[in-house]
Design a protein around this ligand. Structure first.
Ligand SMILES: C[S@@+](CC[C@H](N)C(=O)[O-])C[C@H]1O[C@@H](n2cnc3c(N)ncnc32)[C@H](O)[C@@H]1O
Length: 233
């Protein structure tokens, strides 16, 4: 599907071309506060509220969806928030090219595309390889939040992450259906309005496990890794 690309002129938008070679977050935000990443920010409901809750954290919100990035920027600009930046980029590309290992205090993935058909499951963003690679980007003790309305996806992530070295569960169960203070995203609201449950998974990069003890894993080239090519065809 081809997206009509609307230019984004917000001061809080960073062009993806700036990513290559790494980004100087202290310069970008004007401080050295910890950095959190939201992958697939959609139209920005979640990051807006989370950044307001946590003004001492810098947030990077990314999405491959141009209009989503535009709407997220509008929300951030209107709220006058200074601790959010938005990049239109694919998650694995951005992390590999723009982030240092152990640079993220938190990673949020809310209602990622579930790819419900069995033959499309390999298109899911979060799989074993993704979780292994992600561990390298979290600081020791850094948080990983995953939420989904789709029980099958939640079950898959819960069973994968449970067995991985370097993560520990922050909850007493695989997931909960209520996470106090956790902002509600557009998709979450849609499913809540339909009376459906949201499955919240919250893990932490185990502070007792050093990065050298984590399995070496680079991000796999996935379905969306060549998103630019696909979008400009
Ligand atoms: C179902 S929507 C959920 C949006 C938002 N998180 C919410 O809960 O309302 C999934 C979003 O993830 C984005 N997305 C999918 N794969 C991505 C990837 N590999 N990197 C970055 N964004 C991605 C899509 O463009 C879409 O906006």
């Amino acid at each position: 599907m081809t997206q009509r690309i609307i230019p984004i002129h917000s001061p809080n938008f960073i062009a993806e071309s700036a990513v290559t070679g790494g980004l100087d977050w202290a310069m970008i935000f004007g401080n050295t506060n910890p950095l959190a990443l939201e992958i697939g920010c959609g139209i920005g409901h979640f990051v807006l509220e989370r950044a307001q809750q946590q003004p001492h954290i810098n947030f990077l919100a990314i999405d491959i969806y141009n209009k989503g990035c535009l709407k997220t920027c509008r929300k951030i600009d209107e709220a006058g928030l200074v601790n959010v930046r938005v990049i239109r980029s694919e998650a694995r590309y951005l992390m590999t090219n723009g982030l240092e290992p152990e640079s993220l205090t938190a990673v949020y993935i809310n209602c990622p595309d579930p790819w419900p058909k069995k033959r499309h499951r390999q298109r899911r963003l979060v799989d074993r390889e993704f979780l292994l690679a992600l561990g390298h980007y979290l600081v020791p003790g850094g948080d990983f939040y995953f939420s989904s309305d789709f029980v099958d996806y939640a079950k898959e992530v819960a069973s994968l992450i449970r067995d991985l070295t370097g993560y520990c569960n922050r909850q007493s169960d695989d997931w909960v259906h209520n996470l106090p203070d956790y902002p509600v995203s557009k998709y979450m609201q849609r499913f809540l309005d339909l009376g459906q449950n949201i499955y919240y998974i919250h893990y932490q990069r185990d502070p007792a496990v050093s990065r050298s003890e984590l399995s070496t894993q680079e991000f796999q080239r996935g379905f969306r890794a060549d998103w630019k090519q696909a979008l400009h065809d």
